[in-house]
Design a protein around this ligand. Structure first.
Ligand code: SAM
Ligand code: DTB
Ligand code: SF4
Length: 329
């Protein structure tokens, strides 16, 4: 199957609405053309600055506008970040993703994040950050410091977007993705299902992602984690098969991308997760916590991987190798 950037909404809808088992079967077939079906990539997330975000994303625990019970924290020290990154490496992650509750990084934040990228990269981990909107100079400096991936999600369809966020536009998000790409970093961009959107919106999101000039290398498909105090706290729960359909279509239309089973795994049984892997998901966030909410990761993941015979992609260095290097120098 060729990589295409000219998918139409109608074609995506036809894929999405076919019988579930046909869809999953097709997604698995495409998956095997490009990937080892029994290997997944594992990332660990860390919130480097939590809460008091000026944006109004209706799903988010970190927006200053809603009364979630989250306790805000100032920027955490670089040494603490490095400690957490070493633990992630020891636990088998190949990528470390650092997130901040910012609309965009301020100039005064740049030395802090650049230092962090350099040090995490030096551990042999792939680096990823999600800091909000970026300008060109910030993107270039992050790239130079060794940032491999930048995460910035489109979140939902262009049509539904204004129901979810008003403080930055859909086009602002596309601009940031262009800036990241132009700076030479890999793009991590996906969205959330279960925001109260309908199928057309999930199809619209998939259409936007798959018609970008270059597909994002990593596509996180989050399921809403409902947060008390936010406007979406009581939104009706989406059936899990819709999440799996979204994953399966993403796999078919962006065949070379890593499709990430993201936020919401806590609500999934082992067999639901196995179904998501069958539908072509081949990466996830491990660890006990996402940014601010609990995650199904840690030991539970190791048990699940063993049960399913899944191998994980290895980081360039291991903690043991780092220790030997340190002794030798
Ligand atoms: N502030 C930055 C930004 O929004 O670009 C970075 C962090 S933000 C938390 C990263 C992404 O996490 C969001 O775009 C959204 O897709 C996802 N996310 C946030 N809260 C979520 C929730 N409650 N459930 C599911 N996904 C969520
Ligand atoms: C993404 O798409 N999902 C991650 C990561 N990119 C930064 C974040 C999920 C956050 C879930 C809610 C929370 O823990 O606050
Ligand atoms: Fe802020 Fe990001 Fe949360 Fe939106 S998703 S409120 S930008 S932290």
């Amino acid at each position: 199957m060729q990589v295409r950037n000219d998918w139409t909404r109608e074609q995506i809808q036809a894929l999405y609405e076919q019988p579930f088992l046909n869809l999953v079967f097709e997604a698995q077939r495409v998956h095997r053309e490009y990937f080892d079906a029994n290997t997944i990539q594992v990332s660990t997330l860390l919130s480097i600055k939590t809460g008091k975000c000026p944006e109004d994303c209706k799903y988010c625990s970190q927006s200053v506008r809603y009364s979630s019970k989250l306790e805000a924290e100032k920027r955490i020290a670089v040494e603490k970040v490095i400690q957490e990154a070493k633990q992630a490496l020891a636990a088998g992650s190949s990528r470390f993703c650092m997130g901040a509750a910012w609309r965009n990084p301020h100039e005064r934040d740049m030395p802090y994040v650049l230092e962090m990228v350099k040090e995490v990269k030096a551990l042999g981990l792939e680096t990823c950050m999600t800091l909000g909107m970026l300008n060109q100079s910030q993107a270039l400096r992050l790239k130079d410091a060794g940032l491999d991936y930048y995460n910035h999600n489109l979140d939902t369809s262009r049509e539904y977007y204004s129901h979810i966020i008003s403080t930055r536009s859909f086009d602002d998000r596309l601009d940031t993705l262009d800036t990241v790409r132009a700076a030479g970093m890999k793009v991590c961009s996906g969205g959330i299902v279960g925001l109260g959107e309908n199928r057309k919106d999930r199809i619209g999101l998939l259409h936007e992602l798959s018609t970008l000039a270059v597909h994002p290398e990593s596509v996180p498909i989050n399921m809403l984690v409902p947060i008390e105090g936010t406007p979406l706290a009581d939104v009706e729960k989406l059936d899990v098969t819709e999440w799996i359909r979204t994953i399966a279509v993403a796999r078919i239309i962006m065949p070379k991308s890593y499709i990430r089973l993201s936020a919401g795994r806590e609500a999934l049984s082992d067999s639901d997760q196995a179904l998501a892997f069958l539908a072509g998901a081949n990466s996830l966030f491990s660890g006990e916590k996402l940014l601010t909410t609990p995650n199904a990761g840690g030991d539970k993941d190791q048990i699940l991987f063993a049960k399913l015979g899944l191998k994980t992609e290895k980081a360039k260095a291991t903690v043991a190798e780092l220790a030997v290097d340190a002794m030798a120098s």
